[in-house]
Design a protein around this ligand. Sequence first.
Ligand code: HEM
Length: 166
Amino acid sequence: MNEVANTDSPVIEKVAKHDIGSAVAVAGHPIHAMSVHFPVALVIATLGSDVFYWFSGDPFFLRAGTWAAGFAFATGVAAGIVGTLELLLVRGIRSRVASWTHAIAAMTLISIAGMNWGVRLVDTGLVLPYGLGLSVLASIFTGLAGWHGGKLVFDHGVGLIISPKG
Ligand code: HEM
């Protein structure tokens, strides 16, 4: 059910009329929705590596954490570029407050993921405790960004159809 369309506010009614289809899609599949799984999984994989390193002291997990953190950042930037294109190109997406809430949470996540990778490149001795702390923070922001991204799709119906701009 689209909760936005059910209000009496003329502003929200107007917003509800704008196009909310995906503008960046391949064969009818929105690329952002396809790509977000990579940063989500890799941020959690970084946290897992740090926890295993903390418990075992095995340097394998130190290396695994550095690779996971690097790819979490790179795939987060890639997903973020596509998400930003959707936000800027589609009127019904950029006029929704929920889109900007998601974008701010996601950009904060990408920044933390970048810092988490950088810390490891500078000195792996910083992984405990700073890398682990950043991995926890990145996981929290992944949850926030993912939750709000899901709300965009399942509550607002964003990206369910392909925009004429796609
Ligand atoms: C940084 C800028 C970002 C912007 C502006 C943005 C924007 C959007 C938009 C407009 C949607 C609606 C679906 C679509 O139109 O394709 C969406 C969905 C979503 N986004 Fe983002 N996004 C960004 C980054 C991220 C990142 C880094 C993640 C990873 C945590 C993420 C996770 C999600 C999820 C999980 C969904 C729901 C997809 C689904 O269930 O099909 N987003 N985002």
